[in-house]
Design a protein around this ligand. Structure first.
Ligand code: TA6
Length: 289
């Protein structure tokens, strides 16, 4: 959908110095910093911040389709559209504590209805919690006037900044089944006691716990990923060959990023007109030994 309301990004800053940035292009979080000003998300030095490419890094919003699990463009179109500030958001659940947030909205438009013939309202709240956690809440409502339900898949395609991918472990996915995108999306079972990285990984872990830890040994930092309404977890690192094949990604940058994505992939979500789905992601970055 066209239309920019003059502003191109919103900066959130909370009292202790934690901050975040979100571009209206894509409704795309591109920065999350702790109180020491350390950047916790990865954004490629070659990222392009305007159409038609999605911004390479941060937290792309994959809607109404994750990856190529359907007939739309890779990861759907929401990350390639200009969102607006939502000046009239419906009331948020009372347990919402943050006072530092921005509400964005993306609505269906004529152009997109040619490729995905459904009316929807997608409300995204990006919030900084008092302790510095970053919280994204998506509320997607079916506003079809014709009584038609619609079905979608979804991911917060989070790029975490890590010191050295070879020193990173992911805990919480052991023993779970996953679809391996490098082996025709076939189903396997994770054997290890934690996931470590020596080559390209592109997997959708299924029915994953609501809390996953990503340990960055060198930086003595653990990312804790908490999610609700998003049963699956995608883990992706392109490694060297795929890194070189991406024009908006530095050849060596695969060493300093890991995508761990709260997602709904295996079982798509169906909404009847008037129904609303909510998917929440909370990211924490805590010191660890
Ligand atoms: O989330 C993993 C994945 O589906 C990978 O297969 C890779 O394609 C990645 O997304 C990046 O996709 P993009 O369209 O942003 O280049």
């Amino acid at each position: 959908c066209k239309g920019i309301n003059g502003l191109n990004k919103v900066v959130l800053r909370e009292s202790r110095g934690n901050s975040a940035e979100v571009y209206l292009y894509g409704g795309h979080v591109t920065s999350w910093k702790n109180e020491r000003g350390e950047e916790l998300l990865f954004v490629s030095s070659k990222a392009i911040f305007n159409p038609p490419k999605a911004i390479r890094g941060g937290i792309p919003i994959c809607f109404p389709q994750f990856s190529n699990h359907g007939s739309l463009e890779q990861h759907g179109f929401a990350r390639n559209r200009f969102w607006s500030i939502d000046t009239d958001p419906p009331p948020f659940p009372t347990n919402f504590s943050s006072k530092v947030f921005v509400d964005l909205i993306l609505k269906s438009c004529e152009e997109d209805m040619k490729i995905w013939p459904h009316s929807y309202e997608f409300r995204l709240r990006v919030a900084l919690e008092p302790g510095g956690d970053l919280m994204l809440t998506s509320r997607i409502r079916n506003t079809n006037p014709n009584g038609k339900p619609f079905t979608f898949t979804f991911a917060y395609h989070t790029y975490l900044s890590v010191s050295d991918i070879g020193e990173v472990r992911v805990e919480g996915l052991e023993t779970l089944d996953y679809l391996d995108n490098l082996q025709k999306k076939e189903r396997f079972t994770e054997q290890g006691d934690a996931i470590t990285f020596e080559s390209e990984v592109d997997r959708v872990y299924l029915s994953t716990p609501t809390k996953i830890a990503v340990l960055d040994h060198e930086r003595k930092r653990t990312f804790v990923i908490r999610k609700d309404g998003l049963p699956d977890t995608v883990v992706w690192n392109p490694w060297d060959k795929k890194a070189k094949a991406m024009a908006d990604f530095g050849d060596e940058e695969y060493k300093h990023m890991l995508c761990v994505e709260a997602a709904a992939v295996e079982n798509s979500i169906t909404l009847k007109p008037g129904e609303e789905w909510k998917g929440t992601l909370e990211l924490s970055a805590v010191p660890s030994c």
